[in-house]
Write a protein that binds this ligand. Structure first.
Ligand code: UN1
Length: 511
């Protein structure tokens, strides 16, 4: 374990601010990163102060002026090399993700793979920052779209994907000619430091100016509302709860700043009568208990046709029983469910179970803390299967823990209404072999979520698609497809190469 830290350049106490190339001397509060696995100290961080933040912002502003002029494919080349450095450090970084955040090692590796994948994607994108050309209504005129670098991108990430979400944003922003100031979750500062150590070598070797990739680790007492209120930052990309997102978006909106919001989900899988049940069960179990239910895309509800309801419940009970035998240290190969991030999260889980029972729900499996009697801390739970109704207050909320609500339906229209009948709109899926149902689910009257899948679960999205959702999920899109456009300033250009000055719409204005 110590070797992993050493290879990732992490000492017992680490500075919490970097310009990508240089670590700053920080004098803020000490942040002791305890592993959720055993509540033991991994290493500590000396948080950044407001002075450190100012230094970084000035550097970022200055560097943006240089970076925006570096040809986009050259910026892509830097990202390509970052991808290679991540490949070399995949095992170590994946291990640290697992150790500091608590997801199983396989998922830690998957998270680093997502970073590598987005690097590859961004390299290609660096040659494809294309706009349209339009035919002008006026003779000898030409119109076209241009996408220009935007400026500083503020990035606020959550503990559950402590490094991948940085990569989705930072790699795309970098090829777009932007610079990034990253504030990671204070629960997972070490993975952020490790990432910055990995990229520092690449940046130094390739003379990338200081200030393209910046890191500021600080509590919200130092860097909170003042961060998002900072007018020097035209765009914020924020991953977090709906409550936090609404508050921050209010501040950013008041100054007409831009946001990409990636907030809560309440994702459902519809299991239709023709579903391949083996596939459906596998995907629901991974979606609900994977990452101990701490993904935005975790499966939180299943909507099951009444004709197969009992069968599905029985199969799920069997699957959950075998999963429950594999709760424990996420660094051990056999483990499938690691700890929750904090005791607070365990309490949220237990309170949700209490609440759903009060509202009339029936716990069919799990729903308890796990082995807490034998420890002086309590981070593990037994994933829960609960029969419930969609309108229950607690079912309408996102509890960031492994609770799967099971809901019955009769008609496909009813199932779609249930899928959509929550405030959030991130991910959704249907298991069916019936083309009419799957097409209906994907139609304008179908799922209202940003992600709608057929015969694939709600979680585990590939980076090539645009990632994000509607309603309380915030409406932002990051990662693949044309999400890059959000990181750029769009300009429409009209060029007149005639010797006349015709006005649009044929307006005559003689004087
Ligand atoms: C998140 O939970 O914040 O689709 C992101 C997935 C991952 C990303 C989840 N690719 O589950």
């Amino acid at each position: 374990m110590e070797n992993v830290l050493k290879r990732l350049g992490i000492g017992p106490m680490n500075p919490g601010a970097s310009t990508g190339v240089q670590w700053l001397t920080t004098r803020g509060k000490e942040n002791h990163s305890l592993s959720p696995i055993n509540n033991k100290l991994i290493a500590s961080v000396q948080s950044a102060t407001l002075d450190n933040y100012e230094t970084i912002l000035k550097k970022a502003e200055e560097t943006f002026k240089v970076w925006r002029e570096v040809p986009a494919p050259k910026r892509g080349e830097v990202v390509r090399l970052i991808g290679n450095a991540l490949r070399e450090n995949k095992e170590d970084l994946g291990y640290l993700v697992s150790w500091e955040m608590g997801k199983i090692y396989q998922e830690g590796l998957g998270e680093v793979q997502e970073m590598i994948d987005i690097c590859d994607f961004a390299v290609g994108q660096s040659r494809l920052l294309n706009g349209f050309t339009m035919h002008s209504e006026r003779k000898q005129h030409r119109m076209y779209d241009q996408y220009q670098p935007l400026g500083i991108v503020g990035l606020i990430t959550s503990f559950n994907f402590p490094v991948a979400v940085w990569a989705w944003n930072a790699m795309i922003a970098a090829v777009c000619g932007d610079v990034v100031v990253w504030k990671p979750s204070s629960k997972t500062p070490l993975t952020a430091i490790a990432v910055h150590n990995i990229i520092a070598d690449v940046l130094k070797k390739n003379d990338v100016p200081e200030g393209v990739f910046n890191l500021v680790i600080a509590g919200s007492d130092v860097l909170g509302d003042n961060f998002v209120a900072d007018r020097r930052i035209p765009l914020f990309s924020i991953t977090g709860s709906t409550a936090v997102g609404k508050k921050l978006a209010g501040i950013i909106g008041a100054r007409l700043g831009r946001t990409i919001l990636e907030l809560g989900g309440n994702n459902a899988v519809i299991i239709a009568p023709t579903a391949n049940l083996e596939m459906a069960i596998k995907s629901v179990v991974f979606g609900a208990v994977g990452t101990a239910g701490q993904r935005c895309t975790s499966t939180r509800r299943i909507i099951v046709h009444e004709s197969i309801y009992d069968q599905v419940v029985e199969k799920l009970k069997i699957a959950y029983k075998s999963v429950a035998e594999k709760i424990g240290n996420p660094l051990k190969e056999e483990t499938l469910v690691g700890p929750l991030i904090s005791e607070h999260a365990v309490n949220d889980f237990l309170n949700a179970i209490k609440k759903v029972k009060e509202e009339g729900g029936k716990v069919l499996f799990g729903g308890t803390s796990y082995d807490c009697e034998n420890r002086d801390f309590c981070h593990y739970v037994v994933p829960a299967l609960v029969e419930a109704e969609n309108h229950y207050e607690i079912v309408q909320e996102e509890t960031f823990a492994p609770i799967l609500y099971i809901i019955k339906y009769k008609t496909i229209e009813e199932a779609i209404a249930l899928n959509n009948g929550v405030p959030q709109g991130l991910s959704s899926s249907i298991f069916t072999e019936n083309i009419r149902e799957s097409e209906l689910f994907l139609s304008e009257t179908g799922s209202d979520c940003g992600i709608a899948n057929v015969n694939i679960g709600t979680s585990g999205a590939e980076i090539g698609g645009a990632f994000g959702g509607e309603k309380d999920t915030g409406g932002g899109r990051e990662s693949g497809s044309d999400s890059w456009k959000s990181y750029m300033r769009r300009q429409t250009n009209t060029i007149n190469y005639s010797t006349e000055l015709p006005l649009a719409q044929g307006i005559q204005f003689g004087f």
